[in-house]
Design a protein around this ligand. Structure first.
Ligand code: UD1
Ligand code: UDP
Length: 375
């Protein structure tokens, strides 16, 4: 089958790294990068680290407002897809690159394959929710990562073409995480960053969701990270450039106990999660990785589409939104200063992840052609 696969952002490059080897073994793959993310630390470095092929088409779209950015992607994608005349256009996740890829293909009558179909936060103020709803309703193959995602699609009347393939990102985490199990990998990262990092002796944070870039939200999570950090247990914040710009624009400064670093590579991100006392994040990907690695995780959102990660009292993750009191309480019980080094050491020593084989399942389903009853 001839497939045009579309990426554009950091998490999509990471997902493509899990799928591309299998896709290219079994199919003809035209790899398109919209360039929604463009800094080396957000995009370029991942090609080398993850062994991704160079894009066949790099559209260089960059940032901008939603309509502007998505519109420029549509303008660039339409002639490219028409010219390539693929059997399917494959899109990942829920970004503006996902929306543009799905919409451009559907308008040309080309079947869409959506990886990570069926996720719902049920909050349409999140731009990602709009993107995933539209992509799902345009898709012919809906590769759901979880049973809950399948149920969400069924509730919207979508059953044909839905396959629970498991989580593609777990395939990659399972392939790579053993490389960062040794605490020596953390020491090397600490040296590079100029931070004394020891297992369980720091907290790892990432923040980038649109709602957390509003001025009041910036001040709230900055204070929350300040509460969480102590001189002996700093917060390491791998700062998305969009969040950095929002902090500057709003004049919000971070407490000195928060060590701000550039966005890191994939293995470094896994290592910083695995060996942390706890993770604080609003990222969908980090939220799941922290759950797989077994690291306590405070989710700085009111809702999540990854409901399994915050499933119950035994779950290692919890939604705290921007509630400082809840964050203090959850950290005290889930990541006590005294016990965390031993817990982190045990966690890393016992780490063994198994991938669900999502990449293989996706490729096999595509090989089988359009599902019966395809819309
Ligand atoms: C996007 C996705 C979000 C995803 C996130 C992953 C949408 C609507 N949002 O959010 O779902 O979770 O990627 O990280 O598609 N910037 C840079 N350099 C870069 C990339 C971005 O400086 O390499 C800055 C620019 O100021 C840009 C801003 O960040 O305008 C926002 O970037 P954008 O790609 O529009 O959205 P993200 O917040 O990254
Ligand atoms: N990640 C990374 N470097 C960082 C922070 C995150 O490589 O500094 C990885 C993280 O391990 C996960 C992915 O980026 O695999 C998640 O992407 P992101 O948080 O940008 O987007 P989301 O998952 O929220 O859409």
């Amino acid at each position: 089958m001839k497939i045009v696969s579309v990426v554009g952002t950091r998490p999509q490059l990471i997902k493509a790294a899990a799928l591309q080897p299998v896709l290219r073994r079994d199919h003809e793959d035209v790899f398109v990068d919209t360039g929604q993310h463009y800094d080396d630390a957000m995009a370029g470095n991942f090609f080398g680290e993850l062994g991704l092929a160079r894009p066949d088409h790099a559209l260089g779209i960059g940032g901008g407002g939603h309509g502007d950015q998505t519109g420029r992607m549509l303008i660039a994608l339409e002639p490219l897809i028409r010219e390539a005349a693929p059997d399917a256009v494959l899109v990942y996740g829920d970004t503006n690159s996902t929306l543009a890829g799905a919409l451009a293909a559907a308008k040309l009558g080309i079947p869409v394959a959506h990886v990570e179909a069926g996720l719902r936060s049920f909050d349409r103020r999140m731009p990602e929710e709009l993107n995933r709803v539209v992509a799902d309703h345009l898709a012919t193959w809906l590769f759901a990562p979880t049973a809950a995602a399948v149920a969400n699609l069924a509730a919207e009347g979508i059953a044909s073409g839905v396959i629970d393939v498991g989580d593609l990102m777990l395939d990659l985490a399972a392939r790579v995480s053993h490389e960062v199990r040794d605490p020596a990998s953390l020491a090397t990262i600490g040296e590079r960053l100029g931070l004394p990092l020891s297992p369980g002796g720091y907290l790892f944070a990432t923040v980038h969701r649109a709602e957390n870039r509003e001025p009041a939200a910036l001040a709230a999570w900055a204070a929350m990270l300040g509460d969480a950090a102590t001189p002996n247990r700093p917060v390491v914040l791998a700062l998305h450039p969009g969040t950095r710009a929002a902090l500057t624009a709003a004049g919000v400064t971070l407490p000195a106990t928060v060590a701000v670093v550039e966005p890191q590579g994939y293995r470094t991100s896994l290592a910083l999660q695995l060996h942390a006392a706890a993770v604080l994040t609003d990222s969908g990907g980090v939220q799941r990785e922290a759950a797989w690695l077994g690291v306590p995780c405070l989710v700085l959102r009111d809702r999540t589409e990854w409901v399994e990660t915050v499933g119950g009292p035994d779950s290692s993750s919890v939604l705290v939104g921007l509630d400082r009191t809840a964050a203090r309480r959850e950290l005290a019980t889930r990541a006590p200063v005294d016990g965390s080094p031993e817990i982190a050491a045990r966690r890393a020593a016992g780490l063994h992840l198994t991938g669900p084989g999502a990449a293989e399942r996706i490729s096999v389903a595509l090989s089988a052609g359009e599902p019966p009853g395809a819309r």
